[in-house]
Ligand binder design. Structure first.
Ligand code: G3P
Length: 217
């Protein structure tokens, strides 16, 4: 499973990259705003800065909600850097724009996916990634992980190449459960990734090894 970090915070992206496990970055307009990045030029420069830090795919979301606008914005975003993936909302014009970009060989990420039917449409439109939001489904008492399992089942039935990018991951158990189900990618906050490191027996074991070493040296 690929690990993407879901943030526009450059320090956190650097930290995950330094760990050596980072495969890409996802952002969205809310994450950009959280970092105080506003205005078209600043946002574009920020995407370029992210691409300079990571080796993998960087999702950049369009703001337009009409087909022509999405195509125009998506082309400008894709031209920024070879690592940019055009992120499109799961609406009718987003599906059309996804088909347009996939026909042109430009990578896409269809976002705001909350049902298996939407994921099926994204795959039919040739999306590179589909982003089901598991945390937001959990928030409304609906099993987000079950959606990942449903999409995995459907995509495997037909050997769709669209990668399942489990998004709105909130914590470490989400990461592990996504890996069990067979998500191709998960994107989450740094804390969800770093949580994978922790085990008390590792801490205790290391302390004991070091104490025993000191006794003999
Ligand atoms: O990857 C999608 C993500 O940015 C949404 O996460 O935590 O706002 O539901 P969240």
């Amino acid at each position: 499973m690929k690990f993407f970090i879901d943030t526009a915070n450059l320090d956190q992206i650097r930290e995950a990259q330094a760990l050596g496990i980072l495969d890409g970055v996802t952002t969205n307009p809310s994450l950009m705003a959280k970092e105080g990045i506003t205005g078209e030029e600043n946002i574009k420069n920020h995407y370029k800065a992210i691409c300079e830090i990571v080796d993998g795919d960087v999702s950049a979301e369009v703001i337009a909600t009409d087909y022509e606008g999405m195509v125009r914005e998506g082309e400008a975003l894709a031209a920024l850097h070879s690592q940019i993936v055009v992120k499109l909302p799961m609406i009718a014009d987003g599906v059309k724009a996804c088909k347009y970009f996939s026909d042109k060989g430009i990578k896409t990420n269809v976002t705001l996916v909350f049902s298996a039917g939407q994921a099926l449409l994204a795959a039919k439109a040739g999306a590179t990634y589909v982003s089901p939001f598991i945390g937001r489904l959990d928030d409304i008492s609906t099993d987000g992980l079950n959606l990942i399992a449903e999409i995995r089942h459907i995509y495997d039935n037909y050997m769709f190449e669209t990668e399942i990018l489990a998004a709105s991951v909130r914590h470490t158990m989400h990461v592990i459960d996504c890996a069990k189900i067979g998500a191709d990618v998960m994107t989450g906050p740094l804390k969800a990734i770093e949580g994978l490191l922790n085990h008390p027996l590792t801490t205790i074991g290391l302390e004991k090894f070091l104490a025993d070493y000191k006794k003999g040296n």
